[in-house]
Design a binder for this molecule. Structure first.
Ligand code: DGL
Length: 260
């Protein structure tokens, strides 16, 4: 079991921002990544639909022998992880917007969060926000950003305009931290920095998720101790070559396009 892969899924390429942190922190581990790009974006879907898609992705990864599953999608975590934990017998690691570190560090007591509608409207997120009574959390839905990233249009004018509009809304509120609540958004950090400058700190959860994955593998005696080069199998159900724009060029990565 220890040599089995870590399974990771997202609605598309976004979770690769988490997967990168995982392979860097856990260099012995084999991984399987699932980009459900055919069904992206998840952010506008109902809880019921998000659970059904998360089930499908989980079962695909379990059939490939995943020993642990990382839900590298805030929208799927906040809507479906309770269901997954109740129904499957492997450890699940989720990703949630990093509200807590941002709130603790904030001097203005105002933090911004950019996330999908599905995440911001979820019960799990709402419960979390209520715990930070003294800090105002300014929410902004990033509608339209994920489809542009999924279409490989990171350099498009359309994306720049949307990002400018959303960040302007947050800048007006005197925030001093910006939480990236969607795993696609770390790929926009260079653009975000140009717009918000360096007075506002950007917080994302990628490293924390990798650390938690390591911790849970250790706790369950599932760490791969072999020193051989691991294999990384990356699946997409739509235009797998798009993944190349978001990953390092390594010989031990295999890309596969498959309908799932
Ligand atoms: N990358 C995902 C997230 O972290 C989902 C984005 C989407 O498909 O709308 O929320």
């Amino acid at each position: 079991m220890k040599n089995n892969p870590i399974g990771v899924f997202d609605s598309g390429v976004g979770g690769l921002s988490i997967w990168k942190e995982i392979i860097s922190l856990l260099p012995n581990e084999n991984t399987i990544y699932l980009a459900d790009s055919k069904n992206a974006p998840y952010g506008q879907k109902s809880k019921h639909e998000i659970i059904a898609l998360s089930k499908k992705n989980t079962e695909f990864l379990l059939n490939k022998g995943a020993k642990i599953i990382v839900v590298a999608c805030n929208t799927a975590t906040t809507n479906a992880i309770d269901y997954l934990r109740k129904n499957y017998n492997v450890p699940f690691i989720g990703i949630e917007p990093a509200i807590k570190p941002a709130a603790l560090q904030s001097k203005t007591n105002k933090i911004g969060i950019l996330a999908t509608k599905g995440t911001l409207n979820s019960q799990l997120f709402t419960d979390k926000v209520l715990r930070f009574g003294n800090t105002e959390i300014v929410e902004q839905i990033g509608e339209g950003l994920v489809p542009l990233i999924e279409a490989g249009q990171l350099e498009s004018k359309e994306l720049d305009l949307l990002l400018q509009k959303y960040l302007d809304n947050l800048l007006q509120k005197n925030i001093d931290h910006l939480v990236l609540g969607c795993s696609h958004y770390p790929f926009l950090v260079p653009k975000i920095k140009i717009i918000i400058g360096n007075k506002i700190k950007i917080i994302d959860s990628g490293e924390a998720v990798a650390r938690q994955t390591k911790h849970i593998l250790q706790k369950n005696d599932l760490l791969n101790l072999r020193k051989t080069t691991p294999n990384h199998l990356l699946y997409s159900n739509k235009n797998v070559s798009l993944l190349k724009n978001f990953i390092p060029d390594l010989p031990n990565i295999t890309l596969k396009e498959k309908d799932f």
